[in-house]
Structure formats: C-alpha cells, structure tokens
Ligand binder design. Structure first.
Ligand code: 4AD
Ligand code: MG
Length: 471
C-alpha cells in the first residue's frame, strides 16, 4: 500500500466507467430491496462518496460488518448517480475490511451529538461532518497565512517556546520545570493534591533559572525584524488564564508579523490586507465546508465573509469608542469610562451594532496595554491597535513598538517590571534602533470567525484550558 492513492475528493472527478478503489470510514449505511447504500468519507472533502452494494457482491461476513465507523477499501466502478446532490457514485465489486466498529459501543453513532459530548471523544470527532470541515478550514487558513507573508517577502522565523521573560508582562505564564522530584505530597496527604516544594531553588532547575512557556513570540521576533526587516512567527503560545470563556485557551496558536521601518498606520494596513486575503482564500478553497457552516452553524456566514473582503475596516481611537459606548444608552454589565479595559460586550456592540463590520481601535490608555507599546505625545495613550470582529471581539492585538530606550525603561519601571531579564530587548534600542511595529492574530479566533463555531475549544483538535489537558 502506498500513500499515493486517490482521495475520495478525486474520485468525484473520474469519468463514469472508471474502475477505482475508495478508502475511508463508513458514515452511514442504509439497506433497501437487497441493496446497501454506504456513505464513505476519508476526510479529504466535505462530501461523502456513496457506495452501492448489490446483493451477493460482497461476502456475508464482511457485509455484516459494514456499519458506522468501520474502515474499508471498496473496489468498484464509478457510475452516474441517480440520486440528487451527487454526480457519481461507486458501484462496488469488492471490499476489504480493515477495521470493524462494534455498533454496540462505537461512540460516534448518534446524529446530532452535542459539541460538548464530542469534546469528550475528541479523538474520534475528526470523522464527523463538522470537525472534518473545521480542520480542513484550519489547514487552508494556515496555508493562506504562510502564502500571504511569503508573497510579501516576510521571513518565517521560529521564536522559542520556552522563555525566561514575560513578553506581555501580564504574569499569565506556565512554568517549565524538571524539579518535580523535589515536589512531595504533604505528610498524611499522600496521593492527594496538596504539595510542598522541598528546597526549591531556581538555580538548580533545568535551565538554571525560572523558565516558562511563551505567551508570545513578539520580543524575539522584534530582534529578528531589526536585522531582517520583515519577519513573522506562527506557533503555539500559552497563557495560564483562569477565565473559562468560549474565547480563551491555555494553548493557542498565534501569527505574529513584525516589521522594521513601519509605524502604526503601516501595521493597520497590513492587518486589514491580511485578514481580507486569508478570508478570500478560504472562500475560494473551502467552498463546501463554508457552505455547511453557513447552513448549519451561522446563518449569513458567507454573506458576512464576502462583505469583509470587499469593505473597509472602520478606524476609531479608543477615546472615540468610549464616547460612543457612553452615549449608546446600552445597559452594559461592565460600565465603560475612559481608562477601563473594553470587555467583549463593548467590542461586540461597536462591531455588531454600531459599525456592522470589523473595527480597528487605536491609541489605548497606557495603563491597560503592555510596556513595549510606543508612547504618544500626550503621555497618556500608546500606539496600540486592536482589530475587533463581529461575534468574536478582539481577533488581533498589535502596536508600534517603543524604539526610544529612555521611554522604554520608564515604561518597564512604571509597569513594575525588572529591566534585568529584558537586557537584550533594551539592547535593540541601544544599538541601531528603528521604528517598528507588528501584531498578533489569535489563529483560533480567526477560525471561530470564519467557521461561525461558537466555542474556541471546537476549532483546535485538542483544546487545553484550566483543568483540561486530555488526550
Ligand atoms: O493581544 P495579545 O495579548 O497580543 C500579544 O500577545 C502581542 N505580543 C502580539 C504582537 O503584537 N505580536 O494577543 C494577540 C491575540 C489576541 O488578539 C487574541 O486574538 C489572541 O491572541 N489571544 C488568545 N486566543 C486564544 N486564547 C487566549 N487565551 C488568547 N489570548 C490572546
Ligand atoms: Mg490584546
């Protein structure tokens, strides 16, 4: 057996009369007048291939085991299909059963199983319509992202996953340690969950100092941009956020371009072009999957995505947005006033009610943004930008970076951060500093937006959130 066989999606293109084989998993089987109709999927496309098995063609022993979830190869001939919604089907002449799936115990039989239930069997959910579609869109989106940057001369760089400095200064980091052997159960509490750490000295730990999973590749990406001009990273990032919301993961993927000789205007321009081009690519290459989401998950999804590709994003400053929110007459759960961080209800009102398309907010108060953002002349706001999308809220966070060393050192002090771990970051401003800017796109937020899926746990194969790291 070789990997270079046809996928189910290729079989739909074959002329009637062609002999071929189809490999995959049985979605459903229906018998009528001695003929069995099997819907077979290999995950290569949204559509299933219908296999028609006439009486006597396949031995009784195998035929009996063609049930939902079973894995087989069917040999046969492509024929025109009399059924609606499909041009061709495979008329079976034989079959090989690779693995049966006992109907009494196979967990994925019920139609309309809830997404909550499917999360518990995440190892099997890629076989269903919805998750096959989600993961195909995820694949195409990743490809479109690399393609977007490649065409524009950005270098794809790999920033470390393990780091000793907090890129966001927000203290949401997960620690990496090999000192577990020195972590002992408390006396009388063996096998329980309370521990004490015996003689824990970071200098003895694997890296000789406290180390963490990165919350963002930005700081390292900046070092590469200030040497290679335009770069981007695309990798996993980690945050120990306890908020158990439908929009937060502890492990998520971020796309972070960083550009030397670029200001916030250029950064916003890139972000808008980027989202539009990636969405346009998905409309072109994931038509069947998006049509399914449009029909079953989010009404008007296609219309919205097409609208985003052709319309211009609205630009507002944070100060303007707060005025609009204050004047909105809405009864928000969290009241808004200048200086408060915007909550998702505010972001949604701005994008959904007020503007009706993505909005870019700029120039936030320095207190609610990270230390590295460039200070405006007013001394109160920084050159930050967030791209907000209807239904999702914040999808991109970015900024022009502070390139002046005195301001940056002052901001570190103000934020209560020690300058020591950032010595190399400060060096960039000491030697050959340049204006530069970048942003981070939450890859799963983008996927929620383009698929209409309501929970971020359902757009990544295996979600990690507080209390959950199964599979
Ligand atoms: O706004 P954030 O925190 O920005 C940064 O990390 C910058 N260092 C990026 C940069 O300028 N290079 O995060 C960027 C994006 C958010 O807009 C959001 O889409 C996503 O990452 N994000 C999350 N996605 C899923 N789960 C979480 N816990 C997330 N936290 C942020
Ligand atoms: Mg942010």
């Amino acid at each position: 057996m070789d990997y270079r066989r046809s996928y189910v999606r290729d079989l739909f293109l074959l002329a009637p009369g062609t002999e071929t084989s189809a490999y995959g998993w049985v979605k459903t089987r229906r018998d009528s007048k001695g003929i069995s109709f099997v819907q077979l999927s290999d995950g290569s496309c949204f559509k299933d291939l219908q296999i028609v098995i006439e009486a006597g063609v396949i031995g009784e022993e195998v035929l009996r085991q063609i049930t939902t979830g079973a894995c087989l190869r069917f040999d046969g001939v492509i024929v025109e299909s009399p059924a609606a919604g499909q041009a061709v089907e495979l008329k079976a002449t034989g079959a090989e059963l690779f693995g049966p799936a006992d109907p009494a115990t196979y967990p994925l039989q019920k139609k309309g199983a809830s997404f909550e239930f499917l999360r518990e069997i995440a190892h099997l959910r890629a076989r269903g319509n919805t998750f096959g579609a989600v993961f195909r869109v995820r694949n195409q989106a990743a490809f479109a992202i690399h393609n977007f940057f490649h065409k524009r001369g950005f270098h794809y760089v790999h920033t470390p996953i393990i780091t000793a400095s907090d890129a966001e200064g927000a203290g949401e980091m997960l620690q990496v340690t090999t000192m577990m052997e020195s972590i002992q159960p408390l006396e009388g509490d063996e096998g329980q969950i309370s521990y004490r750490i015996k003689g824990h000295n970071p200098a003895d730990d694997f890296f000789g100092k406290p180390a963490y999973l990165t919350v963002s590749g930005q700081l390292e990406a900046e070092t590469l941009a200030l040497g290679m001009t335009n770069v981007y990273t695309f990798g996993p990032t980690f945050r120990a956020e306890n908020s158990s919301t439908s929009r937060h993961l502890a492990e998520f993927w971020m796309v972070e371009p960083e550009m030397a000789f670029c200001d916030l205007e250029g950064d916003m321009h890139l972000a808008e072009e980027f989202l539009k081009e990636v969405i346009a690519h998905l409309l072109d290459f994931c038509g069947d999957d998006l049509a399914f989401f449009n029909q079953r998950i989010e009404p008007k999804l296609l219309e919205t995505l097409e609208h985003v590709v052709t319309s211009n994003f609205e630009h507002l400053t944070y100060t303007e947005a707060v005025k609009l929110l204050e004047a909105s007459g809405e009864n928000f759960e969290y009241p808004v006033s200048w200086g408060t961080d915007l909550q998702s209800e505010h972001e949604r009102w701005l994008t959904e009610v007020k503007v009706g398309r993505p909005v870019i907010l700029t120039d936030y108060p320095k207190e609610i943004k990270a230390f590295y953002m460039r200070m405006n002349d007013d001394g109160r706001t920084v050159r930050a930008m967030d791209v907000l999308a209807p239904r999702i809220g914040e999808i991109i966070g970015g900024s022009q970076r502070e390139e002046r060393i005195d301001r940056l050192e002052a901001r570190l002090r103000e934020s209560g951060l020690s300058a020591e771990p950032y010595w190399w970051y400060l060096d960039l401003r000491r030697f050959g500093s340049a204006p530069h800017a970048g942003f981070g796109l939450g890859f799963e937020r983008l996927l929620m937006y383009v698929t209409g899926m309501k929970n971020i746990r359902d757009v990544i194969p295996y979600s990690r959130t507080a209390g959950h790291a199964d599979f």
